[in-house]
Design a protein. Structure first.
Length: 298
């Protein structure tokens, strides 16, 4: 549950960039990594308090999002994806090359958050803390899409030329989407690092970025509720296979289990794109509409 809540926060950020504004990002793990490493460096290497380091990590992730968005301003589709993917590899190289980040080994001893005399040092206490942050992020995302900024995001996603003709500054709007989405990612990275009390390069991979996009597709592109559904759907598949593998009911090795998870993820994304392109949120809306009409409608 804790991993699911952190993932929801991260994917809500990608939904702002890709789902709302239509900019395909394959480097979302990089923004999460920036937030995580910022928190680790500030707390472990300089002795900052976790809450202050978390706030700075979120802000730095947002600034990095702006830096990445600038060369992507005049691009769209595949080319934006290439830029974000390139940034992921650049960020990984830079972090591995710096001594302050611990290089390949990463950093250990990231402190747990505390409020007064309460320390969040176990899974149960972390659940309530992460649940609180997740609810805040869901509310922020749901209200964002109703705001002037959110309507501008949807306009440039649907037709950038028409949006420009209506007076929307497309370039600034794209940068704003990257900034806001990266804030969510930085928060997820900082919480993830503190939760594990360690940060390493293998926690932030290109595969994560790809599956984040898949979660948006399965849940429903541009929808806050759909994003939550997509995350829960894919992570539930992973958990079910993990339980089956560890229970001994089906003889699955760790490598076979991981390969099976990736295969099922891929098949699920293909099926949703082919037969349910609007995602799980469309299924939910249809079911709700049919329930309201029952028994007088079909």
């Amino acid at each position: 549950m804790n991993f699911t809540l952190i993932t929801i926060i991260a994917v809500l950020g990608l939904n702002v960039i890709t789902g709302m504004s239509g900019q395909i990002s394959l480097g979302h793990s990089a923004f999460i990594m920036v937030g995580g490493y910022t928190v680790a460096v500030l707390t472990v290497q300089t002795g900052w308090s976790l809450w202050l380091a978390l706030a700075v990590g979120v802000l730095i992730s947002g600034v990095v999002g702006i830096v990445v968005a600038i060369p992507a301003m005049r691009l769209k589709g595949f080319y934006v994806a290439v830029v974000t993917l390139a940034f992921l590899f650049i960020a990984q190289y830079i972090i591995k090359s710096l001594d302050i980040t611990g290089g390949i080994d990463g950093l250990r001893g990231v402190p747990y958050p505390t409020i007064g005399g309460l320390e969040f040092n176990n899974d149960v206490s972390w659940y309530y803390l992460l649940f609180f942050f997740t609810i805040l992020c869901i509310l922020a995302s749901a209200n964002l899409i109703r705001s002037r900024f959110g309507r501008a995001f949807l306009a440039i996603r649907d037709n950038a030329t028409t949006a420009s003709g209506l007076g929307i500054n497309v370039s600034v709007t794209k940068i704003r989407a990257f900034f806001i989405g990266s804030l969510f990612a930085g928060l997820a990275g900082g919480l993830w690092t503190s939760y594990l009390s360690v940060v390493r390069m293998d926690q932030f991979t290109i595969w994560d970025s790809i599956w984040y996009v898949g979660m948006i597709i399965i849940g429903g592109v541009g929808s806050t509720a759909g994003t939550v559904m997509g995350v829960i759907f894919l992570l539930l598949i992973r958990q079910v296979l993990h339980v089956i593998g560890t229970s001994g009911l089906v003889p699955l090795s760790s490598n076979l289990s991981a390969a099976l998870i990736y295969a099922i993820y891929g098949v699920a994304i293909i099926l949703f794109i082919s037969f349910q392109p609007y995602g799980l949120i469309a299924v939910w809306r249809k079911a709700k509409a049919n329930y309201k009409r029952w028994p007088f409608g079909v």
